[in-house]
Ligand binder design. Structure first.
Ligand SMILES: *Cc1c(COP(=O)(O)O)cnc(C)c1O
Length: 362
């Protein structure tokens, strides 16, 4: 068997070995059913335990208040770019968007296709090197919601303080930083995240939604686009991505066993700190893309003095088991995605490599 690498890919991302081994152990015979989770009925008692258990665990870990539901919906996070405006850009209300990166812009573009969408703030003119400041956010008249992207996966920036929106529902795409630190869920009307970054394998988006938003959702939509249908049926109106949801539950159990979000946050700060330190102490050899105040704990973006060196860095790193470090084409350079499952040892090995590489090439 070949050795596992440290996988710095932005998503699908690394999963903890412990949960892969757990899934492997249960693969042929899930809890005495004589079947794998992929083969059991989504209506079985065993699967109901998995999906209800996953909702309860996420609520416990994130401190989600009673008046919220957790839904598992197909079509990834991108599907939410459509479902949100379809459900809430109604009655002449405009979806308000803060554009802090590519995914934020995609969400806005879907909103504009579906109804009225308004750019409340953007940091495009500085190539998304930071998120927006609260005083830059200018909402439209009659806003349906304010949509933000809590962590900008491609540019490597992250909101540290969320905007105050009063009565206007705050909606956040947390695809790349959900479960990475403690947040106050009660500030948000709706939070969503594609699973394949910090929650498990691809195949589902997790949607955390306040009950009044379920009531307010557009009733004229086709069934599979209605949030309340998912809520009423425990996300079992049709066959859900059952294996993905099972893996999400294992991931949540793993996070709990690590000590929960407090421990995750400390560990993530430590990990990111190691890499940012290596950038800051490289005498300009490595240049970070994000402004210091917006630096992401999850995706670290930087470049070397020229593109040739970027390429060489990526190739040399891959040879020693540091995989997936190529930056997104919109930013170039290097991107190290270090979600919850990336161990401290992965960041330490990356930093040692960065220092060696700099000493050889600078
Ligand atoms: C990856 C990502 C998406 C897209 O997720 P899919 O599940 O592939 O649709 C959307 N938003 C953010 C912030 C992401 O990181």
């Amino acid at each position: 068997m070949t050795e596992r690498v440290f996988n710095f890919n932005p998503g699908p991302a690394m999963l903890p070995v412990e949960i892969l081994e757990e899934a492997q152990k249960e693969l042929l015979n899930y809890k005495g059913t004589g079947m794998s989770v992929m083969e059991i009925s989504h209506r079985s008692k065993q699967f109901e335990e998995i999906i209800v258990g996953a909702e309860a665990l996420l609520k416990e870990l994130m401190g989600i208040p009673e008046n919220y539901r957790v839904l598992f919906i197909g079509m990834g996070a991108t599907g939410q770019f459509d479902m949100i405006p379809m459900n809430y850009q109604v009655g002449g209300k405009a979806g308000n968007y803060v554009i802090t990166g590519s995914f934020a812009n995609k969400a806005y573009k879907e909103g504009a296709k579906i109804g009225e969408a308004h750019v409340a703030a953007t940091t495009k003119e500085i190539n998304f090197a930071r998120v927006a400041n609260p005083d830059e956010i200018k909402m439209s008249d009659n806003p349906a919601y304010l949509h933000i992207t809590s962590n900008n996966t491609i540019f490597g920036t992250q909101w540290k303080v969320f905007p105050e929106t009063g009565d206007v529902p705050l909606i956040a795409d947390m695809s790349s930083d959900i479960l990475s630190k403690k947040i106050d869920v009660s500030k948000f009307a709706l939070i969503y995240a594609g699973a394949q970054k910090n929650l498990g394998p691809a195949g589902a988006a997790v949607v955390i939604i306040r009950e009044d938003m379920l009531e307010k959702s557009n009733q004229d939509l086709p069934t599979m686009l209605k949030y309340d249908i998912y809520a009423k049926n425990n996300s079992l109106y049709n066959t859900p991505a059952s294996f993905t949801i099972y893996m999400i539950k294992l991931m949540l159990e793993w996070v709990k066993a690590q000590g929960g979000l407090e421990v995750m946050e400390q560990r993530n700060e430590h990990k990111a700190g190691l890499v940012y330190d290596a950038i800051d102490k490289s005498s300009g050899f490595y240049k970070g893309h994000a402004e210091t105040s917006s630096r992401s704990l999850m995706n670290i973006t930087f470049r070397l003095p020229n593109e040739e060196l970027d390429k060489e860095f990526i190739a040399e790193a891959a040879k020693i088991g540091l995989s997936g470090l190529k930056g997104h084409r919109e930013v170039g350079g290097i991107r190290a995605s270090i979600y919850n499952a990336m161990p401290v040892a992965g960041c330490e090995k990356l930093v040692a490599f960065m220092n060696d590489f700099k000493n050889k090439k600078a």
